[in-house]
Design a protein around this ligand. Structure first.
Ligand code: C2E
Ligand code: CA
Ligand code: CA
Ligand code: CA
Length: 274
């Protein structure tokens, strides 16, 4: 029994050691990817649920390892946040997304692009000026850019958030609250936040037809958006039944695998033109 216990201890410490090595390698990969400008951006269509018309695209960061395998954003985004690399990552995604949006415009299509902004970026008072400079440099209209900020990032520093959101509004840049319903934002703050869009989190969309509680949350978010005159979008729509229910409840914009997975820049151009 004693030797078993010892084996178990060494098994766990081996595993921990492996995790530490893996995390370190991932951090090196991320640093290299950013330094060599090898981060990729994929684009997922946002559509009118009733007509299928393309209304926009969400930019999503993608990274490959040395073997060419994809590393999930669910792994490298949290690591980027912990190491502070998220600020550089976010700026690279923002620049690529705006350049891509410009290329759609040059093909004859006005497709707004949405970029995810992490809490650390949103806390940086220079963000608004950096974005304005980028738009001016590329000569893109502010109306073509939307920023997706999570509820929890907005709640970190409420007065800072208010000033950031009003500066963005004054510049004509649209903002949406991502993963809405998963955080703890109080309704009274929501009223003071000048945002344009509420994005219903995919966890609710995916379970609303099987879980009464999730259905109630979707209904509540929709009626909240309607009463506050905010636009709505649902993410993670995977089947017709979910789409039909959202339309019935009054949510007319969405994205999800039912319509398209996130596409490479080249594939999204083809999608736009078809
Ligand atoms: P998110 O912002 O909530 O993005 C939506 C995620 O849902 C994406 O995962 C997308 O591929 C996935 N998705 C879209 N439709 C469906 C569907 O029908 N079913 C399911 N199961 N999933 C769907 P992805 O690309 O793996 O990104 C995961 C998260 O990583 C994002 O969640 C976001 O929080 C973060 N992320 C990705 N790119 C960036 C970035 O450039 N900056 C920041 N700050 N975060 C990013
Ligand atoms: Ca998002
Ligand atoms: Ca989301
Ligand atoms: Ca549930």
């Amino acid at each position: 029994a004693k030797s078993e216990g010892r084996n178990r201890t060494s098994f766990f410490s081996d595993e921990l050691e492996q995790q530490i090595i893996y995390r370190h390698q991932l951090e090196l990969l991320l640093r290299d990817t950013l330094a060599n400008r090898q981060l990729q951006v994929y684009y997922q269509p946002k559509l009118c649920l009733k007509t299928g018309k393309l209304l926009g695209a969400e930019a999503l960061a993608r990274m490959q390892n040395q073997q060419g395998q994809w590393v999930s954003p669910l792994e490298f985004i949290p690591l980027a946040e912990e190491t502070g690399l998220i600020v550089e990552l976010g700026l690279q995604v923002l620049r690529q997304a705006c350049q891509e949006c410009l290329s759609w415009q040059q093909l004859g299509y006005q497709v707004p692009v949405s970029v995810n902004i992490a809490a650390a970026q949103f806390a940086d008072p220079q963000l608004v000026q950096q974005i304005k400079d980028l738009l001016a440099e590329l000569q893109i209209s502010a109306q073509l850019l939307e920023l997706e900020v999570t509820e929890s990032a907005l709640m970190l520093d409420v007065s800072k958030t208010q000033s950031m959101l009003s500066q963005l509004r004054a510049s004509g840049i649209r903002t949406s609250i991502d993963d809405f319903g998963t955080g703890y934002s109080s309704l009274s703050y929501l009223k003071k936040f000048q945002v344009d869009v509420l994005k219903i989190d995919k966890s609710f969309v995916q379970e609303m037809l099987t879980d009464r509680g999730d259905m109630e949350i979707v209904k509540a978010v929709i009626s909240l958006a309607q009463s506050m005159n905010l636009q709505l979008i649902a993410e993670g729509i995977e089947n017709e039944a979910q789409k039909d229910m959202l339309i019935k409840l009054g949510c007319e914009v969405g994205q999800g695998y039912l319509f398209s997975k996130p596409l490479s820049a080249a594939n999204f151009r083809t999608y736009v033109c078809q």
